[in-house]
Design a protein around this ligand. Structure first.
Ligand SMILES: *Cc1c(COP(=O)(O)O)cnc(C)c1O
Length: 446
């Protein structure tokens, strides 16, 4: 691995209580200008960010254990990404690929054909957000199969647009009072080893879902199965081994398009380029966003050429989709991931963090489970001696970590999971410091 050079000191350093006075003033201004429906996990405003730190407007240096929700895998100001953005913005910021196309869009598509699972013939379309990629994957699947129904799973998160709200499982805050929702979405039981009956194998969990699909929908009406290979917002749920391959096999036998939503789990995060790689599954379509472009808004669907090429010219696109500045950023980010071998880096982060968290779990009965893969890690909290979710203690842990200068995100259907998603370029010392703070916050809160 090449050594990563940082622009900002990689240190946790607090110079004010959090939030500091400048952040507090911005919160007051924000209330008068920004809609209340937009939340922020942390009431601290960013001024600068690099490697594993975010420096706030008051000069506090915080450790970033969220990466802006798994986006800044290469860091928030990778020099290659920054230079590529500046260079492209100096030439042209936009022409619209549907009007006057440009090479970088094609280059991104070529890269994604290489990086995504499977060596079959592939095609790619670029968009702006994860939700938009998911919407378009479903559009392609419906057109290609001539079928309507779509299967999503318990605990799924696929976005906030109308179709993706329908696919998303959790009502509050994502769906409540935002309906009516898109029709022909069917929800199936997920494999959730911590909460499934003990001993249920991945194959059995998949069969449970398949039986329901066959009874409630019928394969001949089903266009697509969409699933996050490791669920994100739903609680970093890693399905039991065999669950995904069994679903893929059934989908293939029945002409159902298997869509892996890798928006959160993709781009080196789990220690592979994609979470699908761990069990060697080859999805028909992969949706990507978050980590793809070093923080610039870009998303993609890459899938079987015979499926994607079925869509009539003009059927897919969007004004900004595959914006040239975002494409330049993606090419630079992919290069940075390769050069710094960030999949290996993610595996290393996973080993360091799980070793420490598992040791802590042995002592702390409120820890129900430590799980995840690579640098997509979670700790699920329960009332000691039960499997009853404890959201209050989880919230308290995140608040205590923040007080000490560590940005820590929560997630989960029951709000009882802390998730660790550091930038993959975080240094070992900073990671150790963050873990020490998190351990202290857990011990203090439970
Ligand atoms: C974040 C996320 C989305 C939605 O992406 P946006 O860019 O916020 O629209 C979709 N699927 C998964 C798995 C995600 O984590």
């Amino acid at each position: 691995m090449s050594t990563i050079e940082y622009r900002l000191p990689q240190k946790r350093a607090l110079v004010t209580p959090l939030p500091g006075p400048k952040s507090a003033a911005l919160t007051a201004r924000r209330r008068a200008a920004v809609a209340a429906g937009v939340g922020s996990s942390v009431p601290v405003y960013a001024a600068d960010a690099d490697g594993g730190v975010i420096v706030d407007v008051d000069g506090n240096s915080l450790i970033d254990m969220g990466s802006g929700i798994a986006v800044t895998n290469v860091g928030a100001s990778d020099p290659k990404v920054a230079a590529a953005v500046a260079e492209q913005a100096g030439r042209f910021t936009h022409t619209c690929f549907m009007v006057t196309p440009y090479e970088s869009y094609i280059q991104v598509a070529e890269e994604l054909a290489v990086l995504t699972p499977g060596d079959h013939e592939k095609r790619t379309v670029l968009f702006n957000s994860g939700a938009e990629a998911v919407e378009n994957a479903i559009k392609v699947a419906r057109l290609a199969t001539g079928r309507d129904a779509v299967v999503a799973f318990d605990h799924a998160y696929h976005g906030r647009t109308n179709l993706t709200m329908a696919l998303t499982a959790k009502s509050m805050p994502y769906k409540t009072n935002f309906g009516p929702f898109a029709p022909e979405i069917y929800r199936m039981p997920m494999s959730y080893p911590f909460r499934d009956q003990p001993g249920l194998t991945g194959q059995q969990a998949a069969r449970r879902a398949i039986t329901q699909i066959e009874k409630q929908i019928g394969a001949e009406s089903l266009a697509a199965i969409i699933i996050e290979p490791i669920q994100g917002e739903g609680g970093f749920i890693v399905p039991a081994e065999g669950f995904l391959p069994t679903l893929v096999e059934w989908a293939r036998e029945n002409g159902v398009v298997f869509i892996a939503d890798e928006v959160q789990s993709g781009f080196a995060r789990t220690g592979d380029w994609f979470a699908s790689d761990a069990e060697g599954i080859v999805p028909d379509i992969v949706t990507m966003a978050k980590g793809i472009a070093g923080g610039m808004p870009l998303s993609a669907i890459t899938g079987r050429a015979d499926l994607l090429d079925k869509v009539h010219p003009g059927g897919l696109g969007g004004t900004y989709g595959g914006n040239p500045v975002a494409c330049a950023a993606a090419l630079a980010a992919i290069e940075a991931m390769r050069e710094n071998d960030l999949p290996a880096r993610a595996r290393h982060i996973g080993e360091v963090a799980t070793t420490r968290l598992r040791a802590l779990a042995d002592e702390v009965p409120a820890i129900g489970e430590v799980r995840g893969r690579g640098a997509m890690l979670a700790v699920e909290f329960v009332k000691p001696g039960t499997d009853e979710p404890d959201a209050a203690v989880t919230k308290d842990i995140a608040a205590r970590a923040l007080e000490q200068g560590v940005i820590l995100l929560t997630c989960g259907t029951y709000g009882n999971v802390i998730r660790l998603l550091p930038p993959l370029v975080i240094g070992d010392e900073l990671l150790d410091d963050a873990l020490t703070v998190i351990e202290g916050a857990i011990r203090a809160a439970v």
